[in-house]
Design a binder for this molecule. Structure first.
Ligand SMILES: Cc1cc2nc3c(=O)[nH]c(=O)nc-3n(C[C@H](O)[C@H](O)[C@H](O)COP(=O)(O)O)c2cc1C
Length: 182
C-alpha cells in the first residue's frame, strides 16, 4: 500500500472521547474549520454553515438542552452528568439547508475537519445528538442565539481538543467491504 501524509492521517485518525480542557490556538482552530469549508458540495452549493463554540458556559447550556430533549422526545434515560460532546473545549456545529445533498455536504466537511485536526495534533469526534434534537423548540431557540441559520438542519458536530486520555485502538475493517466489478 502507498503512503504519504494524507494517507497517514486517513489511516491513523481515531474518534477521541476524553479531552484535555486546554483551548486550541486560534490559528489551529481556524485552519481546521477552513478545511471544512473546502470540502466538496453537491452542485457547488456551499450552503453549509459552521458554528464554532468555545465558551464553556454556552457548551454546557447547549448540552443541557440536548439532554432534556433526548429525555423528553426520545425517551432516553441519561445521567445528570451526561455530556454528549465529552467536555471537549470546542464544538463545531455543521448545519445546512435540508436539500438533497445538505447532509452529504456536511459529512464531507466534517471528515475534512477530522483529518485536518489529526494532522495538527488535535483530537476529534463526530457528535450526532444535535442532529436528532435540533428541531426541538428549546434547542432551536438556543441554536438561533448561537448563530445557526434558522432554515438549517444540524447534520453533525465535531468535538475538537487535545487528547486527554490514551490513543484509542483502531477498529479492524470488516470483511467484504470492497468488491471490484468484473
Ligand atoms: C455519522 C456518524 C455519527 C457518529 N456519532 C457519534 C456520536 O454521536 N458520538 C460518538 O462518540 N461517536 C460518534 N461517531 C463516531 C463513531 O462511533 C466512530 O467513527 C466509529 O466508532 C469508528 O471509530 P474511529 O472513528 O476511531 O475509526 C459517529 C460517526 C459517524 C460517521
Amino acid at each position: 500500500m502507498k503512503t504519504n501524509p494524507v494517507l497517514d492521517a486517513i489511516r491513523n485518525r481515531r474518534s477521541v472521547r476524553t479531552y484535555d480542557p486546554r483551548p486550541l490556538p486560534a490559528d489551529v482552530l481556524a485552519t481546521i474549520v477552513e478545511a471544512g469549508t473546502l470540502a466538496p458540495t453537491g452542485m457547488n452549493a456551499q450552503t453549509f454553515h459552521f458554528t464554532v463554540i468555545q465558551d464553556a458556559e454556552k457548551l454546557h447550556e447547549l448540552n443541557r438542552l440536548i439532554r432534556t430533549a433526548l429525555i423528553r422526545y426520545e425517551g432516553r434515560q441519561l445521567n445528570e452528568d451526561y455530556c454528549c460532546y465529552y467536555d471537549a473545549p470546542v464544538l463545531v456545529i455543521a448545519s445546512n439547508e435540508p436539500t438533497r445533498t445538505g447532509g452529504m455536504d456536511c459529512a464531507c466537511a466534517l471528515q475534512n475537519m477530522f483529518l485536518a485536526a489529526h494532522s495538527l495534533g488535535i483530537a476529534s469526534c463526530w457528535i450526532n445528538q444535535l442532529s436528532y434534537t435540533c428541531d426541538a423548540p428549546e434547542v432551536r431557540a438556543y441554536l438561533k442565539r448561537l448563530g445557526v441559520p434558522t432554515v438549517h438542519k444540524v447534520y453533525g458536530c465535531a468535538a475538537l481538543g487535545y487528547n486527554g486520555g490514551k490513543e484509542p485502538a483502531a477498529h479492524p475493517r470488516k470483511e467484504g467491504l470492497v468488491s471490484y466489478a468484473e
